[in-house]
Design a protein around this ligand. Structure first.
Ligand SMILES: Nc1ncnc2c1ncn2[C@@H]1O[C@H](COP(=O)(O)OP(=O)(O)OP(=O)(O)O)[C@@H](O)[C@H]1O
Length: 241
């Protein structure tokens, strides 16, 4: 899916302006890492791309269609989102949290009573293992997992419907370096297999350079850098890992 932001601004009710006149095109199939200090506007950008908030200025489009909280369900189900806070149901099991990522593909009543088809359970288990989680966790309440394990559950849930666009907000913030690489490898493999677009907010420039095709740095709601990992490395002296 191609993303086009044309002079997009976002202002919250309290007049905070996390995105300011931002123009950005992310072509279909690109792995774009979004870097920037805390409070720079990365989560706001991902919320806007996920249709959770509407731009207050400019135009935001995905495959030519307007991005907004009112976008059609058929479009929304093609977007997989990894939320910074996990947005998991703590008392539900890990398996239940992961299969919930398929809810948009079935009638609401089925999701409400947990009547998920067999393929969703099989896919949930496959993703769980691919992300390096212990099979013994599947039946455990998600609240019992560590922060990093919960983040991986959030990634598995986001990939359930094989989304054409993955929006990942700091998906490796709480995991060790090896696990971080494993999680980003899963996102990169998803991109390669399906030609999906991946937009991933990160705080680790070295991981961004290792996995992304393109680095965008946001500062005070504006683009401070936009270029290849090679260019980013040269201009920011990033260690190669
Ligand atoms: N719902 C909201 N209402 C008002 N202001 C908000 C809201 N959400 C975020 N902000 C503000 O918008 C600015 C950008 O926040 P955002 O969460 O997008 O930054 P970020 O780059 O993702 O930061 P971090 O790396 O810490 O997650 C900050 O000043 C933040 O306080």
């Amino acid at each position: 899916m191609q993303i086009e932001l044309d002079r997009v601004s976002l202002a919250y009710a309290d007049k905070t302006r996390p995105l300011d006149d931002l123009t950005l095109t992310i072509p279909s199939g690109q792995f774009c890492a979004v870097l920037g200090r805390s409070g720079a506007g990365k989560s706001s950008l991902l919320r806007l791309l996920g249709g959770m908030v509407a731009p207050t200025g400019g135009a935001a489009r995905i495959d030519g269609m307007a991005l907004s909280p009112a976008m059609p369900r058929a479009l929304r189900r093609r977007i997989g989102q990894v939320h910074q806070d996990g947005a998991l149901v703590g008392e539900a099991s890990v398996a239940e949290n992961i299969v919930a990522g398929a809810a948009a593909a079935m009638p609401l009543w089925r999701a409400l009573i947990g009547l998920y088809p067999a393929w969703t359970r099989e896919r949930a288990v496959a993703l769980h293992l691919e992300l390096g989680l212990d099979p013994a966790f599947l039946a455990a309440p998600v609240a019992r997992l560590s922060g990093g394990q919960q983040q991986r559950v959030g990634v598995a849930r986001a990939l359930m419907l094989e989304p054409a666009l993955v929006l990942a907000d700091e998906p490796v913030a709480s995991v060790d370096p090896d696990t971080a690489r494993q999680v980003l490898s899963v996102l990169a493999a998803h991109r390669t297999r399906l030609g999906a677009t991946v937009v991933c907010a990160l705080h680790q420039p070295e991981l961004a350079c290792a996995f992304a095709d393109r680095i965008v740095v946001i500062d005070e709601g504006r683009i401070a850098f936009d270029g290849s990992p090679e260019l980013y490395r040269r201009s920011h002296r990033v260690e190669t890992t």
